[in-house]
Design a protein around this ligand. Structure first.
Ligand SMILES: Cc1ncc(COP(=O)(O)O)c(C=O)c1O
Length: 424
């Protein structure tokens, strides 16, 4: 399709967009009395209008039933997490028994590393991407320290080549081959938080496992954003947060995946009563008998008030389906890319898109390196109702979200950006 940088054209795309009406299902903040153009769904998704009813339901059950709500609430609390199994497994391409929801993301990655990072003899190294999300870096450092290794020896980062913004698949595969029988674990962000680069999860997983390592994924920027087939790709484990593309609210619960092949294994794990055999959980038995599935990694009784908004979101995703989301995602991201290039031509090149331009290697996000203006331009955008985020040294990240971004938003953004750069 040939795009045009006009309001009429953007409106025409909106009128043909099968997901357009979902915008009305979200609450947008306002700036200058106008609904904002929201580009930070990769950081914190907007609040769906339906979410409050899910929370109110739990609050009402608590008021009316108190402790009895565990078993007699409309959605009983004691196995509330099971309501996620079907819809969430479709979002990440898993069997229902392979997913669960619990805790928060870094906590879950730590817990999964307890099981899947088992350094022994010469096999103790972890491969991750250069400039992984800081929480992951601290996690790797503390995990290898905990096992008595030195981070500078045990953590192997895959570097970007000089002058390149993204990591090449061939370099990931070569590093895995090179570390070989010293490699215990590969753990990479499925979508890089900074550049928006999407990694080839299937190929990297197979390569890591071929040299005898376990392979896990931090899917913070991937869940609800990209097509995942975690079961078929034979991923060992994964975890993600729910507050970005999945719109479940600030700091909210995390989802986990543990491949079926590990459900009956004797992998070590940190246990708690919510991972214990469901039928016998309240018999208060002394010995742990794990649920056969990702639920066997549960520890504490569930934070139902925070799972309620996540359930609202997961049900919305089930309604829409990942295929429809991805179709719009690719189209609207390409339209945003087009608008950026058009504006760049008009203002004589002041910025550079560092996200891969190959649609296979990117999803909702375009990261834009601002040459020159930087922070002042970001501030201008924010004051004029364009919510983006700023990452040092000079990058703004723009994530059009298929559920609530419109093509007209992309057009309007371009006009505001142009004014900001030209100072008019
Ligand atoms: C890629 C990635 N990993 C980990 C985290 C940390 O998540 P949490 O604070 O929920 O543990 C984030 C948070 O934004 C992230 O983007």
């Amino acid at each position: 399709m040939t795009f045009q940088n006009t309001r009429e054209f953007a409106r025409e795309l909106d009128s043909k967009d099968a997901l357009n009406h979902y915008q009305d299902q979200f609450i947008f903040p306002k700036v200058n009395d106008k609904r904002v153009i929201y580009f930070t769904g990769n950081s914190l998704g907007l609040q769906p209008k339906r979410t409050k009813a899910y929370i109110d339901e739990v609050m009402n059950d608590w008021a009316e039933l108190a402790v009895e709500g565990h078993f007699y609430a409309e959605k009983p609390w004691w196995d509330y997490q099971e309501r996620f199994a079907e819809p969430l497994s479709k979002i990440v391409g898993a069997l229902p028994s392979e997913v669960t929801v619990m805790n928060t993301l870094t906590v879950n990655l730590h817990l999964l590393m307890v099981s899947f990072y088992q350094p022994k003899g010469k096999r103790y190294k972890i491969i991750c991407e250069e400039k992984a999300f800081p929480s992951d870096q601290y996690m790797f450092q503390s995990q290898v320290n905990f096992h008595g290794y030195k981070p500078e020896d045990a953590i192997v980062e895959i570097k970007r080549r000089d002058g390149e913004h993204n990591i090449r698949l061939e370099d990931v595969l070569a590093k895995i081959e090179e570390v070989g029988d010293e490699l215990a674990l590969v753990l990479i962000g499925g979508v890089n938080y900074y550049t928006g680069q999407v990694f080839d999860i299937k190929t990297i997983t197979a390569a890591g496992q071929k040299v005898g390592a376990k392979v896990g994924w931090d899917l913070a920027h991937a869940a609800g954003n990209i097509k995942l087939e975690l079961h078929d790709w034979n991923v060992d484990f994964a975890a993600w947060c729910s507050y970005k593309y999945m719109n479940s609210g600030p700091g909210n619960a995390s989802g986990c995946f543990v491949h079926e092949k590990h459900h009956h294994s004797d992998l070590p794990r940190f246990a708690g009563w919510w991972g214990h055999n469901k039928e016998r959980r309240f018999k208060m038995e002394p010995n742990f008998d794990p649920v056969q599935g990702a639920g066997g990694w549960q520890i504490s009784n569930l934070p139902v008030l925070s799972l309620a908004p996540y359930l609202a979101s997961v049900e919305m995703f089930a309604e829409v389906g990942m295929d429809a989301l991805i179709k719009k995602r690719d189209h609207i991201t390409s339209y945003l890319e087009f608008i950026l290039h058009e504006i760049d031509k008009e203002v004589e090149s002041t910025f550079e898109i560092i996200t891969p331009n190959n649609p296979e290697e990117r999803a909702s996000q375009l990261s834009v390196f601002l040459h020159g203006q930087g922070r002042s331009l970001f501030d201008y955008l924010m004051k004029n109702g364009v919510i983006t985020d700023w990452r040092e040294p000079n990058v703004i990240r723009l994530a059009p979200v298929p559920l609530y971004s419109s093509y007209e938003d992309m057009y309007d953004f371009g006009q505001i950006l142009k004014k900001g750069i030209l100072g008019k």
